[in-house]
Design a protein around this ligand. Structure first.
Ligand code: PHE
Length: 467
């Protein structure tokens, strides 16, 4: 009976048409700036193949369980986050509210960075003189751009508007349709760029550097780095997968969908590494120099060093244009998932229509995003412990709130919900080994491990330990 009702409420809310729509949309959320920009520099920093291997092992043992957990919660309850946790256990309604805060804090600054990507794509396509050509100071260009008032705001607004408009169209006609077009395009572009780079003279060393393990760089920090990256990259701990799971049909397998999402995410990350690292090697001339460039992480790597690389490699303008279109598509599919998680809460039980809900979210993005955007210019005086406004939003959400939400989700399901419910939803209730593994991971291992990530992230933030 309850299943029937869930089915009914899912239909009423509208949802993904089937497995492909769901997997592509969820993979669209997962594949983003984390894969294209963060993963490559972590790979370079933490020993190439050994980091990739660590990442894959952690994804198989933790990432998949947590992904299935969130999707399972979503589909079982058929609700957005607040409704979902209330339905799981009434005592945890408050936690649902905490969950919505995370995407609400992340999406404004994600749109600001999306705006920067848009600006760079545009500049490469039209051949903007300030950015292209040998001898251009790409650092000065980037600094000049983000510290100006008007331009970054305009690009941020366009990016945010596109995101919100896609969400207004709804799950099926907006998100699913967009993902079905953008994700395959993304794959084609990524593979094309990788083949192109690997054909350039001097890229071989870069490919070896990416894939061969350098055991001397392996340490506890490698594991922590890979773990933090995994949560962010799989969009876990932001309740996005709960929201998307609530739109999933009952006859679609959560197990195999999660596997496909995780594979998609890892493959994109590895391909991105095989684009960025070898192209830096082609440009640098020496391996030592390449490592120095790759060590310059933070937004700088993509907007300063990489553009310098694109400026000098053969066919660089075309390459750069296509690269930034790739990043742009990846960023849009991720920001859409953030907005949808908030809109779903506002529209729960027909409390509000999609249009007005999107307008509210857009207004919040406008206010908080403008603060982040202006934080590098007029508001650069406002800084907390040396961090810009954008960095503060990023640190607060990723280093603090995201792990807390992750831990709590596991604790609630592991300790306060009947332990058969979620495994049944995921479809592993009949397999004793899988079910036990899942229960042990969600009840004990994952909360402890995420707690470690939280503590080390905090120590890192306060400069006690640098990861
Ligand atoms: N998973 C995205 C990435 O890899 C980041 C993200 C996290 C986006 C959560 C949306 C929500 O870039």
């Amino acid at each position: 009976m309850e299943e029937k009702m869930n089915e009914f409420s899912n239909q009423k809310r509208g949802g993904f048409t089937g497995k492909i729509g769901f997997v592509l949309s969820a993979a669209g959320s997962a594949v983003g700036l984390g894969n294209l920009w963060r993963f490559p520099y972590l790979t370079a920093e933490y020993g190439g193949g050994i980091f990739i291997l660590t990442y894959i092992i952690l994804t198989v043992f933790f990432g998949l369980s947590l992904l299935m957990l969130e999707i399972g919660i979503g589909r079982h309850t058929g609700k957005s986050v607040i409704g979902a946790f209330t339905k799981l256990n009434k005592k945890f309604k408050w936690f649902g509210y905490l969950c919505v805060i995370v995407p609400l804090l992340v999406v404004p600054y994600y749109c600001v960075i999306g705006g920067w990507v848009l600006k760079y794509g545009w500049s490469f396509i039209v051949g903007s003189e300030g950015l292209l050509g040998s001898g251009v100071d790409t650092g000065a260009f980037f600094g000049g751009f983000i510290s100006s008032t008007f331009e970054p705001l305009v690009f941020f607004l366009i990016f945010a508007l596109v995101t919100v408009v896609i969400v207004v169209f709804g799950v099926q006609k907006g998100i699913e349709r967009m993902s079905k077009i953008l994700m395959p395009t993304l794959a084609v572009i990524a593979v094309f760029l990788m083949i192109y780079v690997l054909c350039l003279n001097g890229s071989g060393d870069g490919a070896k550097f990416t894939l061969l393990p350098d055991f001397s760089k392996f340490s506890f920090k490698t594991v922590l780095g890979a773990l933090g990256q995994m949560f962010y990259s799989l969009s876990i701990g932001m309740c996005i997968m709960i929201t998307y799971g609530s739109y999933m049909k009952k006859n679609v397998s959560i197990k195999s969908s999660s596997l496909q999402i995780a594979i998609c995410d890892s493959v994109f990350a590895i391909i991105a590494s095989l684009i960025i690292i070898p192209s830096v090697f082609v440009f640098a001339g020496s391996n030592a120099e390449a490592e120095v460039i790759l060590g310059n992480n933070g937004p700088n790597l993509m907007f300063v060093q990489l553009t310098q690389v694109f400026n000098s490699i053969p066919g660089g303008r075309l390459f750069g244009s296509i690269f930034f279109v790739l990043v742009l598509f990846a960023a849009v599919t991720s920001s859409v998932s953030l907005v949808e998680s908030i809109v779903a809460v506002l529209c729960e039980d027909d409390k509000m229509k999609r249009g007005p809900a999107c307008a509210i979210v857009f207004s919040v993005i406008l206010i908080l995003g403008s603060l982040s955007s202006l934080g590098f210019g007029v508001l650069s005086g406002v800084s907390i412990a040396g961090n810009s406004i954008l960095d503060m939003f990023d640190l607060l959400s990723n280093n603090i709130l995201l792990p807390i939400v992750g831990i709590m989700t596991c604790v609630i399901v592991g300790w306060f919900v009947d332990k058969k419910i979620i495994p049944k939803e995921i479809g592993i209730d009949k397999n004793k080994t899988l079910r036990t593994a899942f229960n042990v991971i969600t009840k004990y291992i994952a909360p402890i491990v995420i707690f470690l990530v939280l503590v080390t992230g905090l120590l890192d933030m306060f400069g006690v330990l640098s990861i």
